[in-house]
Design a protein. Structure first.
Lengths: 113, 114
């Protein structure tokens, strides 16, 4: 059974048209992360929520926002997608412990036309 | 210096070969270590955690040397299905947020050929 679910799996948007990606989890984990991964690169952390506390990475553009209305759901909003934002967006969850790893969803592949 | 460095490969090995991947990390405050596997256009999946005492899971052996800040993964008797990118991953506490953050290497690509 899927534990971290992302919708949609594939998203096509137009340059400048806002888009929202969704992530949900059945693990009841405290922490939810959003990563951006481009071809042949490592996943890059955009931000994460520790419970309701939002933690932004210093180099994440303002164009990227996130919402976590409850423990299970987290959203990534891209306000004005540019061509450079085309990537795989990965959601992950974890508990809070040094030994706990992160569980990834299948990702949403974003195409910007 | 990058926080987590790996040889990007590709490593092209015949079935049945033994192959080793290495990784170095720069942050001595790193607390836990993992190898993830990522298939083409899929999400990363945990392969195994890495402990100082070394740990083995079937054909896979992982080793950590904290003094040298070095992590390794050994795959014995390679199978075609082992073809993937192997990501070295380091976990450290984000003192500001109170949570932990993973830092990924760029990955080492392995192709096992018949």
């Amino acid at each position: 059974d899927a534990m971290v679910i992302q919708n949609p799996r594939y998203q096509v948007t137009q340059f400048g048209k806002p888009v929202t990606l969704s992530c949900s989890q059945t693990l009841n984990h405290n922490v939810m992360y959003w990563y951006q991964q481009k071809s042949s690169q490592a996943p890059k952390l955009l931000f994460h929520y520790y419970d309701k506390d939002f933690n932004n990475e210093a180099d994440t553009p303002d164009n990227f926002q996130s919402r976590r209305p409850n423990t299970s759901f987290c959203f990534l909003d891209i306000r004005s997608p540019g061509l450079g934002d085309a990537a795989m967006y990965l959601c992950a969850t974890s508990r809070v412990s040094a030994q706990d790893t992160q569980y990834f969803g299948p990702g949403t592949r974003l195409t910007v036309l | 210096r990058k926080e987590v460095e790996q040889d990007p490969g590709p490593f092209n090995v015949p079935e049945g070969a033994t192959v080793a991947f290495n990784c170095t990390y720069s942050n001595s405050a790193s607390q836990s270590f993992f190898w993830y596997r990522q298939d083409c256009r899929k999400e990363p999946k945990l392969l195994m955690s890495v402990y100082s005492s070394g740990n083995e899971d079937g054909r896979f052996t992982a080793q950590l040397n904290r003094a040298s800040q070095y992590i390794s993964l050994l795959i014995r008797d390679s199978k075609l299905s082992d073809s993937a990118t192997y990501l070295c991953v380091v976990n450290r506490r984000d003192s500001g947020a109170g949570s932990y953050q993973l830092t990924f290497g760029k990955g080492t690509k392995l192709s096992v050929i018949p």
